[in-house]
Design a protein around this ligand. Sequence first.
Ligand code: TXA
Ligand code: MG
Length: 326
Amino acid sequence: MRLDGLDESAVARAAALIAAGELVAFPTETVYGLGARADDDAAVARIFTLKGRPSGHPLIVHVAEADDAARFTTSMPALAQRLIDAFWPGPLTIIVPRAPGIADAAAAGQPTIGLRCPAHAVAHALLLASRHAGVPGIAAPSANRFGRISPTTAGHVEDEFSTELPVLDGGAARVGIESAIVDCSGSEPVLLRPGALTSLQIEEAAGMPLAIAHAGSPRAPGTLAAHYAPRARLRLMSTEMLQTALRVLGSEPTKLAVYSRSVPSGVATGVRHRRMPARPEQAAHELFAVLRELDLDGVHLIWVEEPPPGLEWDGVRDRLSRAAAA
Ligand code: TXA
Ligand code: MG
């Protein structure tokens, strides 16, 4: 059921559903989320069932305003507060110590909780209206089946689930890749997932260097090697490798797509070529939509030119290498 995010009564209806323990998908500036009230364990359990998400993988709790974060934590670490002041509302999730007894199911029993205040007018309106109805926060993973590409439009959400799921439509997500996640529960900040904010920006606001996450942390599926996968097999290649492969391929291309910043010479007819934007923000904005489109086109293989070096490409590089690992 599509609800117009710009229509106040539709937002009110979505908030009423959330307050009643139902699921509602909603837009954020990063990707669409599949929301349930964070303080209702039965509602949150429905998210896990619908996504096919293994239990034990905690969800992010979304709040209307920065001040709403306080009740989810025993005490807000100074480091987390600096990041909140610098980036909220915005595409940053902080992991902080969880107040006992709140959002147990959303936190999947972890002693910590992930919190985020999205910078999106429709998300904000939904969170405010829900708060008005007594909802302290909305737990929401990306609105896709477990392991698949995150949705950046309401249509993507409907493709993942069904048109019966209430989806607030807020247009195409501006950022296009999921929020950066910084664990602030220890003595030093740990980057669990890169996003649109660069590690340099985060370090500047934190006032200290970021520690790198240890590989294989079981509690963050977004940090599993094989995640964000299209149906097609995706291969990341250097510019030279791509050029050579296309030459070797000659005129026998079937169901192959190339996604590259450079315009490779000698792309045989029949190979679908998509130009990757030169700016990292634009590349992030369209990345998941392009992968979905190629899947819908029935492409079996996607050859992707590696993004250039540079911190500002970290988020896109991360999502592409996970898609390639699937
Ligand atoms: O941009 C985003 O963050 C989107 C929008 C909807 O807000 N949400 C999103 O949620 O990407 P999800 O569930 O797909 O990814 C959240 C990641 C998961 O890898 C989860 O394991 C991790 O955050 N996470 C959540 N709570 C955590 C915690 N307490 N400790 C460690 N990792 C946590
Ligand atoms: Mg996800």
